[in-house]
Design a protein around this ligand. Sequence first.
Ligand SMILES: Cc1cc2nc3c(=O)[nH]c(=O)nc-3n(C[C@H](O)[C@H](O)[C@H](O)COP(=O)(O)OP(=O)(O)OC[C@H]3O[C@@H](n4cnc5c(N)ncnc54)[C@H](O)[C@@H]3O)c2cc1C
Length: 380
Amino acid sequence: MESADVVIVGGGIMGCALAYQLSKRNVDVLLLEREMLGSQSTGKCAGGVRQQFSSEGNVRLQQRSVAMLEHFEEETGHPADFRQIGYLFLLTQPQQVEDFRHNMEVWHRVGLAEARWVDAAEAARMVPILNVEDVLGCTFCPSDGIASPADVTSGYAAAARRHGARLKEGVAATGIDVASGRVQGVRTTAGDIATRLVFSCAGAWSASIGRMAGLEIPILPYRRHIAVTGSFPAVPRDNPMTVDFQTSLYFHPEGDGVLIGMSDREEPPGFVTDVNWEFLEKMFAQAARRAPALSAAGVKTAWAGLYEVTPDHQAILGPIPEVEGFWCAAGFSGHGFMQAPAAALFLAQMLLDHTSEVDISSFAFERFARGSLVKERNVI
Ligand SMILES: Cc1cc2nc3c(=O)[nH]c(=O)nc-3n(C[C@H](O)[C@H](O)[C@H](O)COP(=O)(O)OP(=O)(O)OC[C@H]3O[C@@H](n4cnc5c(N)ncnc54)[C@H](O)[C@@H]3O)c2cc1C
């Protein structure tokens, strides 16, 4: 029977980053991906990387991720195409301004000194296509930006393979053997694997991996859409990622066009990822209100993927004490591309050093039993 020190279930950004961090430290890793590496949420994502979160844990995690992406090529030998064009949050409600004042204090306290307030007039200079008539204020962080999900995932995967990790595509985990309260192995579509440690990195499908070990992991799938326009010079390559916080509409330059996204907050959870064109009409109408020139941009392509949402919109990182040897690295609630680099580093440190350079205890699974949930509020 095949065996591994660690089996990682799921080969999105999280599984690949973790395979890299563990194999780099000589852990014998086997990763199972039932489709193709990076083909699910990771491959559908907008590539946004920001530090402007409401919870301090997320800000600290993201500061490390940004630093890792800045040095990604030195570290892995592969490009990340990380372009620090900044994130501009447009605030249109007095309560949002109040909340972001508090956020700004947190950001400055933890060393995100470059984050700053921008008034509507400056926002209009930064992003000339914006309609800012209802904008009360904005926050801007120039070290935020966008990176390439395909490059970062394949970079981590290639570097993990160089360190000896086995990454298998087209192989699904079908069961987890647990005896005497501890993991003994993983059953797959290509045979059984003996292991004493499993990481669930299965994104929106993590609840089903938990159930294989008799665990209830509170992660639900929510469909999210993106459209990309044809060439659109009015949004140049250095246009900041712009977020209309009230509606969740966002856009950023993508090639010579524009990538536009928005969340349908009415839609119930589900695994369907067909494009809902009726919703896209609403998204385009909102885009035309916020940036009227965008209504002239033709749509080149559109798709939908899944957010993997926890009750407090925070990831679940670390061991699940009910089953020894079962660890979770999932539930990023729409922020997993940007969070995976640091999450993988810190989880490898937790496993091998029993401590991590940034405290990730606020992401522990036990918070649900304790009821000590701190909601991440900057969710788009
Ligand atoms: C439209 C959209 C826009 C987004 N924009 C951003 C953004 O700008 N920035 C950002 O940081 N995040 C963004 N996200 C969220 C981001 O895509 C996810 O948080 C992130 O990709 C999660 O990575 P993951 O590796 O945990 O999950 P995934 O990439 O989904 O990987 C999980 C993998 O597990 C595999 N799997 C499932 N079950 C099994 C099994 N039984 N056996 C083997 N393999 C299995 C799946 O096939 C899948 O490949 C966006 C998401 C969407 C949908």
